[in-house]
Design a protein around this ligand. Sequence first.
Ligand code: GLN
Length: 227
Amino acid sequence: QIRVGVLALQGAFQEHIILLNTLPQVSEAIAVRNAQEINQVDALIIPGGESTTMALIAERSGFWPSLQDYVQTHPTWGTCAGMILLSESISSGGTLKGDQKLLGGLGISIKRNAFGTQKESFEAGLHVKGLKGSMERLFPGVFIRAPVIDEILVPETSCSSSSSSVEVLAKLESDYGKTPKGTIVAVRRGHLLGTAFHPELTRDSRMHEYFVSMAQEWIAAAQDRKK
Ligand code: GLN
């Protein structure tokens, strides 16, 4: 069993905590707001919300450096705004905030608010690679002012813990407005996971199970490496 933290500076963190607490592999899910709390968890979820606001709150409270250190070495999943924070860069188009701070690590460039405003929220069925039963039962992807992944980057200099390549886990299966079928909406890179959609707003716990298993495997492998 592992202890999972959910970054609780802003956004949809409560829903993640509730869902995680239903999983047998999770001993406890807790809200994480500072350096002390983050050091008590084996893995972290950065929820959806407003990525600029989250970054600002973390910076003002002095938490940003600890958060940055943590995601380099611990399994972390960013959903929506959380995925934005784990990306390397934000491409122009959409609303670009030039001074937005990012944690990076996922090796992707994203486009913010790719589908337009809150009104353009929608649900799309997705095949997610490696997800239990997602061939027969599509995962309900809830998109709310969601970003998309518009480029996979292979950085020249990468630290050892995140040197693995980016794996595409899900793509849109139809066109949604101006965003075409085939657009990437979920990726994994080593110990980091990013989804443009909000699995905590569904009753489907498969993405959370996926993350917890990937975290457990990664932690076990890290312990082996230390031996
Ligand atoms: N549009 C938000 C942002 O840019 C993300 C929306 C969400 O997390 N649902 O941070």
